[in-house]
Design a protein. Structure first.
Ligand code: ATP
Ligand code: MG
Lengths: 289, 260
């Protein structure tokens, strides 16, 4: 074998070609990272600059007012979104986490698990408007009308595959040796999961749930078919319910500048809401572990 | 209980064959392992030492699909009897792994884990202290019991894992190359600890280190692979006999380093 002659000098730089390539690739990846960040910052900047001026105490306390009238807010939409997301989370988190535990801990690669996993992936790809139509058929038509329940149900279906997939990934990241260590002490599977695996995977699971919550909070299509909208404060979980997403949709598509302006405010409110939920969840669960 | 010359056997292994799926890993193992002493398992890489160890507490089946024929009995009870409760078996047979695997929780909680799982009544603090003391790590951790076990050094983590096993008061301790990730000083501490534990329980230790096998064990098993790369037990006996007057040529070659 012939090796090109190597210098002993440790300070000798790489050949020009390699140095050039190296630097070029570093710059290129930096540039593309920036390109990727541009849309993110543009969205944030736009929502902030357009929506900030319409934020005031009224939006929390007042009901929507018609175009042309002064004041008015969308307190009922904030309330509705929070309630429906809470309903959705209380359905999808237990089901999703338990499903993921089954997929990852009980029978990793059996045939049945492959089908379940495939089903979850398909569900993740179902357009949200289809989920809306489905919830309409299953809940709205059978329960006698639009309701917060129906909206929560639709959002739960939307959240389910996200929670299952992220939780399964979080569980798989826990080294197999920890499970063996627990089994070797005589612990059964339940104790191993409840005392070792779940606590270790908790940060990843919380991140997944937050992802699902943010996704659900911003969905419009499933809610139009299920919760519709309401001009009033929530009168009951079985009544049509307002939501930020539908309010934004309604206002942004009107020809009235003042309502469009409120739509920006509602968009900003939605972002803030999701941000607050994520931060609170992180603080609470970091304390505990 | 006499400490060195005991006649009872912890394990009796009869015609044991071990299969990973359809691939055979161990063939026709027959051996008695004496109680209250240290048995070393030596042999080249891939000869099935870990596999043998993992068949003794039935942890192999928690890892992958395996099949085991023949019979293995622990103090007279067949551990592959379908009626055996794995939880009971594994509580009586502790295991320390090659890589330290403390749970991501505090030092205290690691040791208290087993007793908590079994709902052990009594003074947990005292149990944690005595287990850590037996594992020769109490002095190093007594002021930071509530801190994460993952902040310990590798050698400390390994001794913590030993303490964790001792906390459920096992009869047998299986150790799979417990020192391979440790420096000489940590290794020495673990060897001392094995020496001290010997009178209380049965220890079976896999090691690649001949000197270590010589220092800590009374009996030695030499495993090797046959032509079809299936593991077998070539020779067993008192450690000094295996080391100084091996009967089998392969054992002699392995011990003197003229192998392969
Ligand atoms: N989980 C597994 N699935 C399939 N085959 C395995 C598995 N674990 C081990 N084997 C095979 O069984 C044989 C024995 O492996 P084992 O780990 O028992 O060897 P060992 O003597 O402990 O080796 P080492 O000294 O390198 O640790 C090897 O051929 C190995 O490839
Ligand atoms: Mg091994």
């Amino acid at each position: 074998m012939t090796m090109s002659k190597q210098s002993d000098d440790l300070t000798q730089p790489l050949e020009a070609g390699r140095t050039f390539f190296n630097t070029g690739m570093t710059i290129l990846s930096g540039v593309f990272t920036l390109l990727g960040l541009i849309p993110l910052f543009l969205v944030l900047f736009y929502v902030l600059s357009q929506g900030f001026s319409s934020l005031n105490a009224d939006i929390f306390t007042q009901l929507p007012a018609p175009s042309g009238t002064l004041g008015g807010g969308f307190g009922n939409a904030i309330q509705g979104t929070m309630i429906m997301v809470a309903i959705a989370a209380s359905i999808s988190v237990p089901i999703g986490v338990l499903t993921a535990i089954f997929l990852s801990e009980y029978s990793r690669d059996s045939g049945f698990v492959q089908y379940v996993r495939f089903g979850v992936n398909v569900l993740a790809g179902v357009p949200s408007i289809v989920i809306g139509v489905f919830a309409y058929g299953v809940v709205v038509t059978t329960s006698g009308g639009f309701s917060a329940y129906a909206g929560g149900f639709a959002l739960a279906i939307l959240m389910l595959p996200i929670i299952i997939r992220t939780t399964e990934e979080a569980l798989k990241l826990i080294p197999w040796e920890l499970r063996l260590g627990s089994f070797a002490l005589g612990a059964d599977r339940f104790n191993t999961i409840a005392r070792v695996i779940l606590p270790a995977a908790l940060p990843g699971i919380i991140t997944g749930i937050m992802l699902a919550v943010s996704r659900a909070a911003g969905e419009t299509a499933p809610l139009i078919f299920t919760a519709l909208f309401s001009q009033y404060w929530l009168e009951g979980l079985n009544k049509p319910t307002a939501s930020l997403a539908v309010l934004i949709f309604n206002y942004a598509t009107t020809p009235y500048a003042d309502l469009q302006h409120k739509a920006w405010g509602a968009s900003l409110m939605l972002l803030i809401l999701v941000l607050i939920i994520s931060i609170v969840a992180r603080i609470v669960f970091r304390r505990r572990s | 209980m006499s400490s060195t010359t005991t006649t009872s056997n912890a394990y009796q292994v009869r015609n044991m064959n071990f299969f990973y799926g359809t691939r055979q890993a161990l063939d026709g193992i027959n051996i008695d392992i004496p109680a209250q002493s240290v048995t070393a398992i030596i042999g080249p890489s891939g000869c099935g030492k870990s596999t043998f160890l993992k068949s003794l507490n039935r942890i192999a089946e928690a890892e992958t699909k395996v099949r085991i024929d023949g019979q293995i009995s622990l103090f007279g009870q067949n551990i592959y009897d379908p009626k055996v409760n794995l939880t009971q078996l594994r509580r009586r047979v502790g295991m320390v792994f090659q890589r330290p695997n403390p749970f991501p929780m505090s030092i205290y909680d690691n040791v208290a884990y087993g007793p908590r799982v079994f709902g052990t009544k009594g003074n947990l603090d005292a149990l944690v202290e005595s287990s850590l003391t037996k594992a020769a790590i109490w002095n190093e951790v007594k002021d930071k019991l509530r801190t994460s076990a993952q902040g310990l050094s590798g050698g400390q983590q390994q001794r913590l894992c030993i303490a964790r096993s001792l906390a459920v008061n096992p009869d047998v301790l299986l150790m799979d190359e417990p020192c391979s990730a440790l420096d000489p000083i940590a290794t020495l501490r673990i060897e001392e600890l094995i020496e001290n534990l010997r009178t209380q329980l049965t220890i079976i230790i896999v090691t690649h280190n001949m000197q270590q096998a010589g220092r800590v064990s009374q009996n030695t098993l030499f495993f090797n692979t046959d032509e079809s790369r299936i593991g077998q037990l070539v020779e067993s006996g008192l450690t000094k006999e295996i080391f100084f007057s091996p009967k089998d040529k392969r054992t002699e070659d392995y011990i003197t380093g003229r192998f392969g």
